[in-house]
Design a protein around this ligand. Structure first.
Ligand code: FAD
Length: 318
């Protein structure tokens, strides 16, 4: 079933969903099942699986020189989606990115998903590779998520890259996209970022999942501004608690988001690892309750393989 159909069916009820990461290459499916098994009792109708592009590394050669090599550290997104659907009977939402894909690669990936009966996809651009400094599209690939959304929407109309194909099988993808309550870091300002978000919606996106945030007001303001621009599709808040000390600086650094003063103060005063984790979890529970009370369509949790934390949160909120 499509993600948006779950929202419609749930009416005013707030659903729950989780995101998992493929294990590092060499790891097995059990890591994913170990994360999801304890969370399935909360009945998520869909589970997202992230996609990870190849990264550059410098490897020391016998000669003593360093060689730049490209390695995909977390392959397996589509296989994991199929395994999740098979084991739990819920829908899986693979993330599909622009980076590393030509349009032909994208088309072939979408055909694989269509044949597997995977009818939901989160269409995103992807970040810059380490050492690239900025996002560089594959030659013959897409530069922005907007173009990826357009390609998927075309396939939903039966339009493939090869215009000679006649009576092509129409795909039926429900298209999710990313949104940023505190602005995407490359956008010059919020207004321009929202115009680009609107372009993705006009191109055929069906729902938005937000970047994490720690102040619900930033989500509510974002939704208000979207609605004022005529963006009327569901906007799902993405949530993640801070559970480790280094995240106090790594989360703002990597995700370009602010931590509210009260949260930062509490975390900075925490004396033990346990106290730190407790503050982060309690904050996330309060955030979740506040969002649920306002009737958001779904709470989407970035699990990062930490089922114990998310069980605590889900038990308190659902
Ligand atoms: P876009 O919508 O293309 O926007 C990127 C930037 O370009 C923005 O600043 C936007 O304002 C600007 N822009 C957009 N269109 C235009 C245009 N036509 N002209 C000029 N500027 C434009 N990354 C992964 O690698 N794998 C994942 O699985 C993954 N999952 C994610 C899930 C969620 C919910 C979120 C919020 C992010 C995820 N990301 C993932 C990270 C994402 O790839 C990055 O945030 C990326 O930098 C931007 O992706 P986007 O789809 O928002 O890009």
């Amino acid at each position: 079933m499509k993600v948006t159909e779950y929202f419609k069916k749930a009416k005013d009820q707030t659903l729950i969903s989780f995101e998992v990461l493929p294990p590092l290459k060499g790891g097995g499916m059990q890591a994913i099942f170990d994360t999801l098994d304890p969370l399935m009792e909360f009945k998520p109708p869909f589970i997202d699986v992230t996609y990870h592009r190849e990264e550059f590394e410098y490897k020391r050669q016998e000669s003593g020189y360093y060689e730049k090599t490209a390695i995909r550290k977390r392959p397996g997104t589509v296989g994991i989606c199929a395994a999740i659907m098979h084991r739990y009977g819920v829908d899986a939402v693979p993330h599909l990115i622009c980076g590393g894909f030509t349009k032909e690669d994208t088309e072939n990936a979408l055909i694989d998903l269509h044949f597997l009966n995977i009818n939901n996809v989160l269409a995103i651009r992807g970040d810059a590779r380490k050492f690239d400094g900025r996002f560089i599209a594959e030659e013959g690939g897409h530069e922005y998520a907007l173009d990826l959304v357009k390609q998927i929407a075309d396939m939903n109309r039966g339009k493939y890259l090869d215009s000679d194909i006649e009576n092509a099988s129409k795909t039926d993808f429900c298209i999710g996209i990313a949104g940023y309550p505190e602005k995407h870091f490359e956008a010059p300002n919020m207004e321009i970022d929202l115009q680009f978000l609107k372009a993705k919606v006009d191109a055929g996106a069906d729902y938005i999942v937000t970047q994490m945030f720690f102040d619900n007001q930033s989500y509510f303001n974002f939704v208000d501004r979207c609605r004022a621009l005529g963006i009327n599709i569901p906007i799902v808040p993405g949530l993640k608690p801070i559970t480790k000390k280094y995240q106090l600086s790594s989360i703002p650094r990597h995700f370009y988001i602010n931590l509210p003063e009260a949260l930062a103060k509490e975390l900075m005063n925490a004396k033990t690892v346990e106290a730190y984790r407790e503050i982060g979890i309690e904050w996330c529970i309060e955030q979740s309750k506040g969002l649920k009370a306002k009737g958001v369509p779904c709470l989407h949790y970035y699990t990062m393989g930490d089922s114990a934390t998310f069980r605590r949160i889900a038990e308190a909120v659902y």
